[in-house]
Write a protein that binds this ligand. Structure first.
Ligand SMILES: *Cc1c(COP(=O)(O)O)cnc(C)c1O
Length: 368
């Protein structure tokens, strides 16, 4: 008999990240992982280099300075913040601690894939609730919860759809869930949201004992490679996360990078202004080509090419020109591609490629 993992582990498909290479193409423009167009904040680059000089020392396992910096920046109690090796780690800790064999995890049909992968690792039964026009359906989510449901996880805005669930609906979701169901609000794209009524989760966390918000330095902060995320929650849940996390789960360079990034003047404002302007221009350009673009509140667009074949052809066409975007068939959206809002030049390259000679989009428009 070979050694075997728990049976549910073998149902986990390894996560496939955004690609970064095309054989035979020199200049690659990577628009497949929503990484932000400006690189890391300069202050973070310097802090990472500086932290290297002390790399023989273990990091502060309590991440005190980082949690205090995050608390100051967001107006939150540092004692109720836990940091992690990306928010993916924190989501996994929550799922493993509150889910597990014999429990159910409820998510929206086109919600972030890691919830399902980690949920299966934990042994949870995954329930995916159909969406309405690619937006999470609150009544459906509430109705899907049964006696064994322990977790509901919602990305707001959601990746890969870009959809924003209005705040009243998020509140209604929490109010409609049993008290013993943990609601996890994954606010990875919070900084990009311009809706004045939006709350990334702080208010709902503070209003009860069963909601947690997760955040990341990987998107607007440009630090995906450093692996840094954080969660804000009720004291009892933060206590659980501190029990189950690795004692040194965030490296010293990651902590230094996070603290420095928060001190970078105007970083978020600059990034958000660029994103709003170019998300709009990219949307217009794509719509002018006859494509359907779903309204996005993140730094990416979900673009519908009309059929799985057309989306594959567009993907191949872009790829041959070094433009790597994200196929989202694994999200149940085979007719779509997800395109990160890059620099002005990169957005122009995408539009030029799709409008240019030999583009499958052009051909489709010509036949229409
Ligand atoms: C990118 C992303 C994350 C993961 O971010 P890390 O902090 O890099 O682990 C989590 N949730 C959503 C919805 C994301 O798009």
């Amino acid at each position: 008999m070979p050694v075997m993992p728990r049976p549910s582990i073998l149902s986990v498909e390894p996560y496939v990240g955004g690609e970064s290479k095309v054989p035979g193409v020199n200049r690659i423009v990577k628009l497949s992982s929503n990484e932000g167009p400006f690189g890391p904040p300069p202050a973070a680059i310097a802090a990472i280099a500086e932290a290297g000089r002390e790399a023989h020392r273990y990091p502060d396992g309590g991440a005190t300075a980082l949690r205090e910096a995050i608390g100051r920046h967001h107006g939150l109690d540092p004692a109720r913040i836990v940091t992690g090796n990306g928010s993916d780690e924190l989501l996994a800790l929550l799922i493993l601690a509150y889910g597990g064999e014999g429990t159910e995890l409820v998510m929206s049909a086109h919600g972030f894939l890691m919830y399902e992968l980690t949920g299966r690792w934990a042994g949870c039964h995954i329930i995916k609730v159909p969406e309405k026009n690619l937006v999470a359906d609150v009544d459906g989510l509430i109705a899907a919860c049964g006696p064994r449901t322990r977790l509901v996880i919602l990305a707001n805005p959601n990746n890969p759809t870009g959809a924003l669930l209005p705040q009243a609906e998020v509140n209604r979701l929490r109010a409609g869930l049993r008290e013993d169901i943990l609601l996890v609000l994954d606010s990875a794209y919070a900084e990009y949201v311009e809706d004045p009524g939006y709350d990334p989760g702080q208010a709902l966390v503070d209003a009860g004992s069963n909601t947690v918000m997760t955040r990341t330095f990987s998107k607007v902060w440009g630090l995906g490679g450093i692996r840094l995320g954080w969660a804000y929650g009720p004291a009892a849940i933060i206590d659980v996360m501190n029990r189950v996390r690795g004692p040194f789960n965030v490296s010293a360079p990651a902590m230094a990078a996070g603290i420095a990034a928060l001190s970078e003047p105007d970083w978020v404002a600059k990034s958000v202004a660029h994103n709003s302007a170019w998300r709009a221009r990219l949307t217009e350009g794509l719509e002018a080509l006859g494509l359907k673009v779903h309204p996005s509140h993140g730094n990416f667009l979900l673009v519908d090419f009309g059929s799985a074949e057309a989306s594959k052809a567009a993907d191949a066409h872009l790829r041959a020109r070094g433009l790597i975007v994200r196929g989202v068939a694994v999200y149940g959206l085979p007719t779509c591609l997800r395109i990160t809002v890059g620099t002005a030049e990169e957005c122009g390259m995408v539009l030029d490629a799709l409008a240019g000679a030999g583009s499958p989009v052009q051909r489709r428009a010509a036949h229409a």
